[in-house]
Design a protein around this ligand. Sequence first.
Ligand code: ZN
Ligand code: ZN
Length: 195
Amino acid sequence: MGMGSIIDCSFNSCPNTPSELIDQAIEYSKTIQLPIDLSVIHWTISRHATKRAACCKFTHGSPDIIISLTWKAFQAYGWEKFMGIIRHELIHVWEYQTYGSTSHGSLFKQKAQQLDAPLRCDEFCPPRFYLICTNENCHWETTRHRASKTVTHPFNYYRCRKCGSPYTVEHVNTSIRWNTHSEYVRARQKIGTQW
Ligand SMILES: [Zn+2]
Ligand SMILES: [Zn+2]
C-alpha cells in the first residue's frame, strides 16, 4: 500500500480462516440496525458443504441461538455477499426474539427489504431437487429449491418442458428419486429428517 492511500478497513478485509470469519461476523453484526440481543448468539462454522450458506438454530425454551456459517459458501461468495447472508440470519434472530418464532413470511420479507438482505437462505444454496427428463434423447434437466408441485406431483400434472415426456425428481441430498406423486409420498417418508 503506497504512502497516503486511504483505505476503509472496516469490513473490506477478507477473512482467511474460519475463526477470522467468525470474528468479522461478530463485529459486523454489531453494526446492523436491529433491536436484538447479540449476547445470546453462539457463532460456529460448518466446514461441510451444507445446503445453506448459513443457518440459525433455536432451542425451544432456551434463549441461546446458534448461527452456523458455512465456510465453503463464504469462500464461494466472498465477504461482500456474505454480509447479506449474515443480515438474513440476524433478521431470523430479531423475529425469533421479538415474536417467538421465525419464518420467511411477510414480516421477514419486509425487514429483509429494509436491510437489503436476501429473502431466502437458499438463494445462495445448491438446489435441493433435480428434475430429469426420462427421455434419453432429450437431456432436459432443471433444478428446484423448494418442494413445489413440480416436485411433489410429477407425471400427474407436469411433464418435461422440452419434449413433454415424464420426468424423474431426484432429492439431491439423498439421491432418492420418484416419478409420481405416490412415489413421492413414500420417498418423503424415507427421507425423513434429511428432507
Ligand atoms: Zn432464512
Ligand atoms: Zn424431455
